[in-house]
Design a protein around this ligand. Structure first.
Ligand code: C2O
Ligand code: CU
Ligand code: CU
Length: 520
């Protein structure tokens, strides 16, 4: 029990005390609250006036009021219902209809009805009929022009996650595309931005639903002078999907709203536990496109070197045993091995609340290594210049509260003590100026912090009062914040306009853990 939990304004302290639950572990918070609520309600029924709150009919679990929520105890399909073990398919490619120097294509979001499990049809929401959506492959210097059509029953946007695009092309909540409407997204991919990105919806209110129904796709920007260009490449776009017993995609439950949604099916390129063949050496790009699931990647039977992060190559390859990919993070790896291997997501405790099942190791894919062309990795990949001395700074504090607003038991996820308001700019930045942002997790749960419009460099991470310099330079747009951790990053915005900063546990984002920076 840490002091900080006692200090927070948890509204139920009186009720908890009454129920003899003045002290509780963070993990058991929701359970304790349930018990306290039950006790309080029993007492009310017995005629005692507990607290003046009208708790009649209030949900027994902290859930976000007004958000569509599935009932507790919904029956899910067993994981074995989804066929496993097929060879990994490549992501479908979005066809470029433009000449060299440009990328032009059409993209539509609409419902589709694939048979994901035997004998049943699932309505998913898909880009160009597929989930994950088609892979966009463009080059540094390209002008990208994508004509987008919204065939969904809700407003949507296409957000180009991680790309340094102008604010009005960034697909944030300020630029919705109405059902049935079209728009063109147009931006230029600057020199130096080669890397592993993705796209997904980002409308006001509907983002979690549109992502959990299947809308997300990969976006790769290539460089003409890529030092690893000769190495065969494989793409692992990892998402998860929750299916009810009838194979339909259910709404978020109360626990999903609290911890972020994790589907029982973890998929690579839309396949469960596929078989990946590696002849010699391969370059893997891995996306964590899950709404909330953390992926602690390991490769049993193989070797991994990390060569890239969200925003492209590192300065030098880094031998690693495992790699934590928080939601929305990407990595580039060089892999090799012998015989049969296993790509695993090892258990990772992100301090979920409520009655979350214990974390377990999970097989993501089986990997067959065969002999092939071995590649000597270059010692150096590229230079990443230090951004230099910051001229301004920001402090971004992630926190959670619970309240009884409106007589309803609800949680809020906040930045600097406030819930997101799309009409309020929380900070101002100057275009071209180097800034130091201090990202603070003042809560008991992990939160992956993501910034739009630019990549950043992690300078140091402060845990338990100890600052650890980041051992290597890298470009990222998402960084995980452990409970109580502070991460300092340096960045510079290239474009003016409104950009978002938020938690990429997408249910937290939707419940207020998002803020706006106005770049002038
Ligand atoms: Cu992946 Cu605000 O986005
Ligand atoms: Cu983004
Ligand atoms: Cu979060």
């Amino acid at each position: 029990m840490e002091q900080r939990y006692l200090e927070r304004r948890y509204f139920l302290s009186a009720t908890l005390a009454a129920a003899g639950l003045a002290v509780f572990a963070p993990r058991a918070l929701a359970a304790a609250m349930d018990a306290a609520m039950d006790a309080a309600m029993d007492d009310e029924h017995a005629g005692h006036d507990m607290s003046g709150h009208d708790m009649g009919g209030a949900a027994a679990k902290p859930a976000a009021a007004g958000l569509p929520t599935a009932p507790d105890g919904l029956a899910l399909l067993p994981v074995s219902a989804w066929p496993a073990g097929a060879a990994l398919r490549a992501l479908p490619l979005l066809t470029n209809t433009a000449a060299a120097g440009s990328f032009a294509a059409t993209l539509g979001a609409a419902p589709a009805r694939p048979a994901l499990v035997q004998g049943k049809v699932t309505e998913v929401w898909a880009y160009n009929g597929t989930s994950p959506g088609p892979l966009i492959e463009a080059r540094e210097g390209d002008t990208v022009e994508i004509r987008f059509r919204n065939g969904l029953p809700q407003p949507t946007t296409v957000h180009w996650h991680g790309l340094p695009v102008p604010a009005d092309q960034d697909g944030g909540p300020h630029t919705p595309v109405a059902p049935g409407a079209e728009r063109i997204y147009r931006f230029v991919l600057p020199k130096g931005c080669a890397g592993t990105y993705w796209y997904h919806p980002h409308p006001h209110d509907h983002t979690p639903e549109q992502i959990f129904r299947g809308l997300a796709g990969a976006f790769i920007v290539r460089a003409a002078d890529d030092p690893l260009a000769g190495i065969p490449e494989q793409h692992l776009f990892i998402s998860d999907l929750k299916l009810a017993a009838d194979a339909s995609i259910p709404l978020n439950g109360a626990d999903d709203w609290m911890d972020g949604r994790e589907g029982q099916f973890v998929l690579i390129n839309g396949q469960r536990e596929p078989r990946i063949s590696v002849a010699g050496t391969q370059r893997w790009r891995i996306w964590n496109a899950c709404s909330a699931r953390y992926l602690r990647i390991s490769l049993a039977g193989g070797h991994m070197h990390q060569v890239g992060t969200d925003g492209g190559l590192l300065e030098a390859p880094l031998a690693i045993d495992e790699l934590l990919l928080a939601p929305a993070e990407r990595a580039e790896l060089i892999v090799s091995g012998t015989g049969e291997g296993k790509l695993m997501a090892l258990r990772y405790d992100r301090q979920k609340m409520g009655a979350a099942p214990a974390e377990a190791d999970r097989l993501l894919a089986s990997v067959s290594f065969t002999a092939g062309k071995a590649v000597a990795l270059p010692k150096s990949l590229r230079r990443i210049a230090d951004l230099g001395k910051p001229q301004a700074s920001k402090r971004v504090v992630f926190s959670e509260t619970m309240s009884m607003a409106g007589g309803k038991h609800q949680m809020a996820f906040l930045i600097n003590g406030k819930a997101f308001d799309m009409h309020r700019a929380d900070w101002q930045s100057r275009r071209g100026e180097v800034e130091l942002w201090e990202l603070v997790n003042d809560s008991h749960m992990d939160h992956p912090c993501h910034l739009h419009g630019t990549q950043f460099q992690v300078v140091e991470r402060v845990r338990g009062g100890k600052a650890v310099r980041e051992p290597f330079r890298a470009w990222r747009d998402t960084v995980n914040l452990r409970p109580g951790e502070t991460v300092r990053v340096k960045l510079r915005f290239a474009h003016a306009g409104l950009y978002m900063a938020h938690c990429h546990v997408i249910e937290h984002e939707a419940q207020g853990m998002m803020a706006l920076v106005k770049v002038v």
